[in-house]
Design a protein around this ligand. Structure first.
Ligand code: SF4
Ligand code: SF4
Length: 395
């Protein structure tokens, strides 16, 4: 174990915490569980204790004892029961980069052996199958066969200007596969030439950083870069905000990258997507990685407003203040009950708007909210914005 998982900047930033507790007030894990120990401020205090207790300068200066096994367990419990939604960072008045800090702590906890057993499962799945769900990676593009009119080449081309990077969730979960199907059908209608990577697409790396497996991510990044170069592509298109945010923040700036909402809005502005009227009242849920992360707030809303007949009502907590759906940060794997409790809060907020459907721009948000809605027989439609556009497509 060591303090080398933290940058000097992070160590300085921690010292700036004023204990104001604003971060605890906006944390969905705290409000859903009523456990103050899940808050950013508690985690900051725990980290301070860990850093000071380690051998070296801190220990000599402060004479701190090492945390007991029980203390490690409590600290690990707060580190991994977090959706990495970034709401704490958004409101922190002294500007501490809390989300990066949460990733560094997870890295540290894995290096020092204090992590949930599920992390080993994530690591094994990725090492063996190159996706987080232990599915056969050769079946990554099998969703194409479920399209109304699948193309002969299955959208796997030798060369193309645009690569559509689908991501693990959309590739394998039937609830989420409707999103790449919808996007492919809209792209087809708009004459956009694109290719999939099929079995050559490996996980983008987001679950690895969330699990503290940074070294593994570097191998996956090198692979994905090399297969995209082989296609001769200039641009990568993402419908998953976490994949998009990974490429935006952690991959080299080699290709143009766009989220599907940005790409589709440009097509609509160029009159390449013929739309019919839909009679529907909707609200919009900003996915954490697309909104607070990549600051893409307008394009999904513009897409909704572009459809004639659709009435749009904002959630009380919207844009940078949007509350997480519970699906982020590998929380669903580590603590599915807490993830479902956060989803419950989200659905209750949505229902208060009177909307018939909640629109989002993320396959994981769709999966989390739809799972809750179906299990609890809630009368609410959950759609990705690509599915909404597909529904409004004039044939
Ligand atoms: S990232 Fe989200 S869930 Fe995690 S501590 Fe911050 S506000 Fe809470
Ligand atoms: S909001 Fe920032 S300054 Fe305030 S307690 Fe949380 S981490 Fe510290």
């Amino acid at each position: 174990m060591s303090n080398q998982d933290y940058s000097v900047k992070q160590l300085f930033e921690m010292g700036a915490c004023t204990n104001c507790q604003v971060c605890a007030d906006v944390c969905p894990a705290v409000s859903a569980s009523s456990e103050g120990e899940l808050s950013a401020i508690y985690r900051m205090k725990g980290l301070n204790q860990v850093l000071k207790s380690r051998a070296g300068l801190f220990r000599r200066l402060f004479g701190k004892r090492a945390p007991s096994e029980e203390e490690w367990k409590r600290f690990s419990n707060t580190v991994f029961r977090c959706t990495l939604c970034g709401n704490c960072q958004e409101v922190c008045p002294v500007g501490i980069h809390l989300k990066d800090l949460w990733l560094s702590i997870r890295q540290d906890m894995v290096h020092s052996g204090h992590y949930p057993k599920k992390i080993d499962m994530i690591r094994e799945n990725l090492a063996e199958d190159h996706n987080v769900f232990a599915e056969d990676n050769e079946e990554r593009a099998d969703w194409v066969e479920d399209m109304e009119d699948p193309p002969d080449d299955g959208y796997i081309k030798e060369q193309a200007d645009i690569v559509y990077f689908t991501g693990c969730t959309a590739a394998y979960f039937p609830l989420a596969q409707k999103i790449p199907i919808a996007l492919a059908e809209v792209l087809e209608k708009s004459d956009v030439d694109f290719t999939l990577l099929g079995e050559d697409e490996w996980c983008c790396g987001f679950p690895m950083l969330g699990a503290g497996l940074k070294e593994m991510f570097e191998v996956f990044m090198a692979h994905n870069l090399s297969v995209i170069r082989e296609k001769g592509a200039k641009e990568i298109l993402f419908s998953c905000p976490s994949c998009y945010e990974m490429w935006r923040s952690h991959y080299p700036e080699e290709f143009r990258i766009r989220h599907a909402s940005q790409f589709l809005m440009e097509l609509i502005r160029k009159d390449r997507v013929p739309l019919k009227r839909l009679d529907l009242t909707v609200t919009y849920h900003d996915p954490c990685d697309l909104g607070r992360g990549a600051r893409v707030f307008d394009e999904p809303r513009d897409l909704i407003r572009a459809i004639p007949g659709v009435r749009f009502v904002e959630l009380p907590n919207n844009r940078e203040n949007c509350q997480c759906c519970g699906g982020g940060g590998n929380l669903e794997m580590v603590d599915p009950e807490l993830s479902a409790q956060i989803a419950k809060q989200k659905i209750e907020e949505i229902l208060r708007t009177g909307a018939e459907a909640v629109i989002t721009s993320c396959q994981q948000c769709v999966r989390t909210m739809l799972t809750y809605v179906r299990r609890n027989k809630v009368s609410l439609e959950v759609l990705d914005v690509t599915q909404l556009i597909r529904r409004a497509l004039r044939q």
